[in-house]
Design a protein around this ligand. Structure first.
Ligand code: CTP
Length: 253
C-alpha cells in the first residue's frame, strides 16, 4: 500500500499547496511510428480533448520540446542535413528529468513548441502543463536515459515496420518540415536509421506494452485506455475515502 501511495494516487504537498501527482506514461518508438497519433487516440478515448485546458485531466508532451539549442556551427550543419537529431546528445536530458520531476510533484510547467523548419524552439509558443491526472510523454528516446525511464508508471512502445515508417516520414518531412527529397533520404540513411538501431530499438525491452502497427491497433489502445480508467478510478476512491482502494473494495464486499 505504501509503495503505491508514494508513487501516485494521493495528493502531495508542495509549498504548502495540495497538488496532484499524475500518472506518467512514456510512449516511445521509431520516427513516424505513430507515437503522436497513439497519444491522441488515448486522449480522445479518455474523453478529454475538448475540455478546458486547466481542467483537462490528460496532457501530452513531446520530447522534441527538449532539443538542445544549436550553436551557429551546428545550425549550419543542420541546414545541410549533417546534424544528428536522433542521437541522445541532441536532447537536454537534465531538463527533461527536471521537468518530469516537477510534473510529478504537481508543479505547473511551461513547455515550448519545436519548429522543424528552423531547427529551434519557439519560446513564444508555450504550452502550460497544469497539474493533471495523466501525463503522456512521447519521443524516440524517452526510455534511453535510465533516470528518466524510471519515472514512468507505464511504458508503451509503438512498433511499426521500418518501411512503413520511412514511407510516412518522407512526405511528412517534405510537406510539414520544409525539406527536399534528397535531404530527407540522406538524413535517414546517415543518421535516423543507424541511431534508431543503436539507441531506440534496444529500449523496446523496457516497455510494459508493445503496440504493433501503432494507431491502427484499436484493440491495444482500448485495452490501455481501460487500464488507465481503472487506475483513475482507484485513485479517486483512494482520495475520497482516504483509504487504500483495495481496503475500500474489500470492506464493501
Ligand atoms: N528531426 C528533424 N529535424 C529537427 C529535429 C528533429 O528532422 N530539427 C527529426 C529527427 O530526425 C527524429 C524525428 O525528428 O527522427 C523525431 O520526430 P518523430 O518521432 O518522427 O515525430 P513524432 O511526431 O514525435 O512521432 P510520430 O511520427 O511517431 O508520431
Amino acid at each position: 500500500g505504501i509503495t503505491r501511495k508514494m508513487s501516485f494516487g494521493i495528493n502531495s504537498k508542495f509549498n504548502g499547496i495540495e497538488s496532484k501527482t499524475p500518472f506518467l506514461i512514456g510512449v516511445s518508438g521509431g520516427t513516424a511510428s505513430g507515437k503522436s497519433t497513439v497519444c491522441k487516440r488515448i486522449m480522445e478515448k479518455l474523453g478529454q480533448v475538448d475540455m478546458d485546458h486547466q481542467q483537462r485531466r490528460v496532457v501530452c508532451i513531446s520530447q522534441d520540446s527538449f532539443y538542445r539549442n544549436l550553436t551557429p556551427t551546428e545550425k549550419l550543419k543542420a541546414e545541410k542535413g549533417q546534424y544528428n537529431f536522433d542521437h541522445p546528445d541532441a536532447f537536454d536530458d537534465d531538463l527533461i528529468l527536471q521537468t518530469l520531476q516537477d510534473i510529478l510533484a504537481g508543479v505547473k510547467c511551461e513547455i515550448p513548441a519545436y519548429d522543424y523548419r528552423t531547427n529551434s524552439l519557439m519560446k513564444d509558443q508555450v504550452t502550460t502543463i497544469y497539474p493533471a491526472d495523466v501525463v503522456l510523454f512521447e519521443g524516440i528516446l524517452v526510455f534511453y536515459f535510465p533516470k528518466i525511464r524510471d519515472l514512468f508508471h507505464m511504458k508503451l512502445f509503438v512498433d511499426t515496420d521500418s518501411d512503413t515508417r520511412l514511407a510516412r516520414r518522407v512526405p511528412r518531412d517534405i510537406k510539414e518540415r520544409g525539406r527536399d527529397l534528397d535531404y530527407v533520404l540522406n538524413q535517414y540513411m546517415n543518421f535516423v536509421k543507424p541511431a534508431f538501431e543503436e539507441f531506440c530499438l534496444p529500449t523496446k525491452k523496457f516497455a510494459d506494452v508493445i503496440i504493433p502497427r501503432g494507431a491502427d491497433n484499436t484493440v491495444a489502445i482500448d485495452l490501455i485506455v481501460h487500464h488507465i480508467w481503472d487506475i483513475l478510478r482507484l485513485k479517486k476512491a483512494e482520495n475520497s475515502t482516504g483509504q487504500h482502494p483495495f481496503f475500500y473494495q474489500h470492506r464493501r464486499t
